[in-house]
Ligand binder design. Structure first.
Ligand SMILES: [Zn+2]
Ligand SMILES: [Zn+2]
Length: 289
């Protein structure tokens, strides 16, 4: 909700105590615990849990379904995928929608705070994005859709998002002991959050573009070298052009694993009504380069 005073630029970056404690402890446990418990099995646990939580959770559940509604699915599957997205360790479902939509809105204005556009040098952007929040002087008010704000399960997930690691942690502890917990939770969260920030930094600063959004002060760029690791999310220029599209790898040769998984789930009848660019309303401000 925007008023005549709303402004995406004026504001300051403040240290976030919860973020600092959360990520500080994850990094510390990774550096100390990860070193002493490294083995073939712990690395395999890290790899499997990372791929599942990033693909089904962050990309397909949180981003393409909860935030952009780019396909339909049964509510139990949405809850499962969003839970897997929450355990990536960035935020709860409501926090993720808010962070995503604020950044998206700010980038489409004629100017915005450097925090939203990743405009500062990498070392400073790292400290800002991982340990801090931005407080705008005249922020838009954030009114989340009723289907999420009235949902008791999402409110519970939001209130307990850090504790959502517990079911997985208990499972890993039972199967492989403390070292599996270190690699399947702490190392995974550290690497996922670091990777999320780093790709976000590149995807708003460097890389090829096929589309230009006029009057937006920040453009999205494609980062092909990260396409496989990010489940297709790094085709970020496509995403700025067609935010509601379930497919992010739009050009020939752009492999979007998230989209391939969605097509597989559609064959099984678990998801349907997948949105493509041609289903979206035309945008006057969108220009092909
Ligand atoms: Zn973006
Ligand atoms: Zn998005």
């Amino acid at each position: 909700m925007i008023t005549s005073k709303t402004n995406a630029k004026a504001g300051r970056v403040v240290l976030s105590i919860p973020k600092t404690i959360w990520m500080g402890s994850m990094f510390l446990l990774t550096l100390v615990g990860g070193w002493y418990t490294f083995s073939f099995s712990t690395f395999a646990v890290f790899a499997v849990t990372t791929v599942i939580s990033l693909c089904l959770g962050h990309s397909i559940g949180m981003h393409r379904r909860l935030i952009h509604k780019s396909y339909q699915c049964p509510i139990w599957l949405e809850y499962l995928f969003v839970h897997l997205g929450v355990i990536v360790g960035l935020a709860g479902p409501i926090g993720m929608i808010k962070t995503h939509d604020m950044r998206d809105w700010a980038q489409r204005q004629s100017d915005c705070h450097d925090y939203f556009g990743h405009k500062q040098p990498m070392w400073k952007d790292f400290i800002w994005q991982i340990f801090c929040d931005v407080r705008l002087k005249h922020s838009p008010s954030f009114n989340i859709e009723k289907s999420v704000s009235n949902d008791r399960f999402y409110n519970w997930m939001e209130a307990t998002w850090m504790l959502q690691q517990l079911p997985l942690a208990v499972l890993l502890f039972t199967l492989g002991g403390l070292e599996w917990v270190i690699w399947g939770v702490c190392v995974r969260v550290s690497i996922s959050v670091l990777g999320h920030w780093m790709i976000g930094y590149f995807a708003h600063n460097h890389g090829a573009r096929d589309w230009h959004v006029e009057n937006a002060n920040v453009q999205g760029h494609n980062v092909p070298f990260a396409a496989l690791l990010t489940m297709g999310e790094s085709y970020h220029n496509n995403h700025h052009a067609f935010p509601g599209s379930a497919n992010l790898g739009l050009e020939k040769g752009q492999i979007d694993i998230g989209w391939l998984v969605l097509k597989g789930l559609a064959k099984l009848g678990l998801v349907w009504d997948l949105v493509l660019p041609e289903h979206l309303p035309e945008r006057d401000e969108l220009k092909r380069l």
